[in-house]
Write a protein that binds this ligand. Structure first.
Ligand code: NAP
Length: 309
């Protein structure tokens, strides 16, 4: 019988255990799924960074560590991890991110705040531009960046995306490399960060790059906190170069009570809720990968430890 260590967060461990059992049995696989299995007997680990495992050395026969999170930055630097690592690519996660990004882009695009908070009861009939007159740039054209880009393009926005490798994607102007980044920033009326946190992306959005954005640009960060130089962002907001930022992820989470982002008038803080992996769709991805591995096939969504994502 396959031995699967359930090392997800305590609050949804039971849900993962039950749903994964069903998903595996639909694939004619039987497994013991438990949070307590002797290390050398474990075949697979279902892992979440907010679970309990930090030392992977006891798992000497483990065939793969399957992360339930898309972002694997909390585990890629773990020197005890020698087993293959996969990350989560899940429809629930994707649709959640598409909704969060679309909602916040539309908030900025339509100037919705001025209608919700209108203490002087101003009858403002200014016509907002159409989406086709608005340029949105997404840094990161992976599973989530592409899905958000397609939805924004469907709404009519001019979507530009930037990635490490060169891409050709319908409806999205694709750029890459340092020159591509300059071009992507120069046109970004609304900038969306959907990059992973790696040594190469740490502090990418610094003072110089913020200055390359058009004056009055908006910033959305549902990617990872370290992508941004926080002090440079506050400075750019204070001098009016950036109009507003919505931040979902931070260098320290939960965001400390005394962090200036909480009270900054040009910042909206959301509590790392842009999108969460959904158990019912994620277990299908996990079960597929376990089935592939048991059949001697390569794992889907393997993390490149050198690239860090
Ligand atoms: P992904 O499929 O791995 O895509 C990552 C994208 O970033 C790829 O397009 C990649 O380029 C690009 N990239 C990586 N390093 C780069 C670099 N140095 N320069 C330029 N581009 C670079 O990841 P995903 O599934 O879309 O997820 C993206 C991130 O979203 C995750 O890593 C996680 O941090 C975040 N996330 C946040 C939440 C939330 O609730 N806030 C939820 C889920 C995920 P290539 O295509 O060329 O490889």
């Amino acid at each position: 019988m396959i031995q699967i260590l359930n090392a997800t967060a305590v609050h949804n461990r039971d849900a993962y255990g039950a749903a994964l059992k069903t998903a595996l049995s639909a694939r004619d696989l039987t497994a013991n799924i438990s949070s307590d299995i002797p290390g050398d007997q474990v075949d697979y680990i279902i892992y979440a960074p907010n679970g309990t495992i930090t030392d992977f050395t006891p798992f000497t026969n483990c065939k793969a560590v399957l992360s339930t999170w898309a972002g694997v930055d909390k585990i890629t630097s773990n020197q005890t991890l020698t087993q293959p690592l996969t990350r989560m690519v899940d429809d629930g996660l994707k649709f959640g991110m598409v909704e969060w990004v679309s909602a916040h882009v539309l908030r900025y695009h339509l100037g919705i705040d001025a209608q919700i908070v209108n203490p002087d009861h101003i009858w403002d009939q200014t016509t907002p531009p159409l989406a086709c007159e608005r340029a949105v740039t997404i840094l990161g054209l992976g599973e989530l960046g592409q899905a958000c880009g397609q939805m924004l393009a469907q709404l009519g926005f001019n979507v530009t995306g930037w990635s490490r490798s060169q891409k050709n994607i319908d409806n999205i102007t694709c750029l890459f490399g340092p020159d591509g980044l300059k071009q992507a920033l120069a046109t970004a009326e609304i900038l969306v960060l959907l990059l992973p946190n790696t040594p190469q992306t740490d502090g990418l959005i610094n003072a110089d790059r913020l200055a390359q954005l058009p004056r009055g640009a908006f910033l959305l960060n549902p990617g990872r906190g370290p992508l941004i130089d926080d002090a440079a962002l506050i400075e750019a907001l204070d001098r009016g170069h950036l109009a507003h930022a919505t931040l979902d992820v931070f260098r320290i989470e939960p965001l400390p009570q005394d962090d200036p982002f909480w009270s900054h008038p040009k910042v909206t803080v959301t509590a790392h809720v842009a999108s969460e992996t959904r158990v019912n769709t994620a277990v299908e991805v996990l079960a597929d990968n376990i089935k592939r591995s048991e059949a001697g096939q390569s794992l889907n969504f393997l993390v490149d430890r050198d690239l860090g994502y």
